[in-house]
Design a protein around this ligand. Structure first.
Ligand code: ZN
Length: 387
């Protein structure tokens, strides 16, 4: 990868042919049309708050640096702003008379009202610009490393810059469009911000099994996104058909992994819905997020649910009651030891040598309270747990 540091490009050149789309709130072009200020992967202009935009102009007039700008060279003499869009748009809007800033005499001024000298100060300002071009993988690594200041780009935003082309443009029309009616439905299952490319990242992650960069590189020049769209739809349809009721804990689960593991098993959505509801209302289930995988897996792995354990006070009470009764009868306070004919049948265990056990298993409806708590010696508790 080649990065070239340019220090001689002036604001005058950058704002040449500057266009701003008021409606969409974005700076479009600069550098006489050679620079795309807001490529597809960028956020909308957020500096127009009368503070951040004014601060940019203020810095220039005072001779302070405004930071490094990063341009991505996409063709001969064609560039996209990778980082610096907000600053460039602020400068362009100021020169176009969209807002006022304080001049060096501390007077609020629009650009047109400033002295020739001050305007020159702005236009002649030389900017610090890195032009980047080269191998995709190298650029990815480099962008990740510099982790650009300000509002940092997300990895997927960087990927969209590195693998720009018709494929990513088409993919963004579907997966980065907050106006799309599907986004509402998808956000039940997919976490993140559609505008910051989190949905697109999820779709790519699913179709590529986590190999997003390799996948984007391979498909970069494809003229359709069928595979991406079909796979995403398949997973979402499967989830929404299997779990017919919507819960907030569904958001951001590893649906693609679950689809791969369980997607070919038959489930009765009605039975599933009953089970989900039961587990959701269960006091013992501490991790509601685990309910879906627990059900898909045939309800065999309660560790997914982080089942509530007995309170220390419950354990102490159960221990003393059980030990008192056992001592009256002259048998072990572990009921399993007591009923056997081994060396431990009259052994009194210390509290630290015992574990609390559900008499009726949690999965069979047993409660986690004193009425269902029995102390077993550690050996017998383990033996029971492994059954
Ligand atoms: Zn025992």
């Amino acid at each position: 990868m080649i990065t070239t540091l340019k220090t001689d490009i002036t604001i005058r050149e950058i704002v040449e042919g500057f266009e701003y789309n008021e409606l969409e709130g974005k700076g479009l072009f600069g550098l006489s049309g050679k620079l795309t200020i807001q490529p597809e992967y960028q956020r909308n202009y957020i500096y127009a708050d009368g503070r951040k935009d004014v601060a940019v102009i203020d810095s220039i007039l005072k001779g302070y640096p405004i930071g490094v700008l990063y341009f991505n060279k996409i063709d001969d003499d064609k560039y996209e702003v990778l980082d610096g869009q907000q600053r460039i748009t602020s400068i362009g809007r100021f020169v176009k008379g969209k807002f006022a800033a304080k001049d060096t005499n501390d007077h609020e001024q629009y650009y047109s009202g400033m002295s020739e000298e001050q305007r020159k100060l702005i236009l002649d300002k030389e900017l610090l610009i890195y032009i980047c071009e080269g191998e995709e993988q190298e650029m990815m690594k480099w962008f990740e490393t510099i982790n650009i200041a300000g509002v940092p780009l997300k990895i997927q935003e960087i990927r969209n810059a590195v693998y720009h082309g018709q494929y990513i443009t088409k993919a963004k029309e579907v997966f980065s469009n907050s106006q799309d009616a599907n986004v509402q439905k998808w956000s039940t299952y997919v976490a993140g911000d559609v505008k910051r490319q989190d949905f697109l990242e999820t779709a790519l992650d699913w179709v590529s099994d986590g190999q997003i960069d390799a996948y984007m590189s391979k498909h970069r020049t494809d003229d359709n996104i069928e595979e991406l769209k079909n796979h995403f739809d398949k997973v979402i349809d499967w989830v929404s058909n299997t779990f017919t009721n919507v819960h907030s804990e569904m958001r951001g689960l590893e649906w693609n992994r679950l689809y791969k593991e369980y997607g070919s098993n038959p489930y009765d959505p009605k039975e599933v819905a009953v089970k989900v509801k039961e587990l959701y209302t269960s006091y013992e289930v501490r991790r509601k997020k685990g309910i879906f995988e627990y059900i898909l897996g045939g309800m065999e792995d309660p560790s997914l649910l982080e089942i509530r354990i007995f309170e220390p006070s419950t354990i102490k009470t159960a221990y003393s009651q059980q030990t008192a009764k056992a001592e009256e009868k002259g048998v072990s306070n572990c009921p399993v030891c007591a009923s056997g004919s081994n060396n431990n049948k009259d052994r009194t265990y210390k509290l630290s040598e015992m574990d609390a056990d559900h008499v009726t298993a949690w999965s069979n409806g047993g409660a986690t309270d004193i009425s269902n708590c029995e102390m077993l010696c550690i050996t017998h508790n383990r033996a029971k747990g492994n059954r």
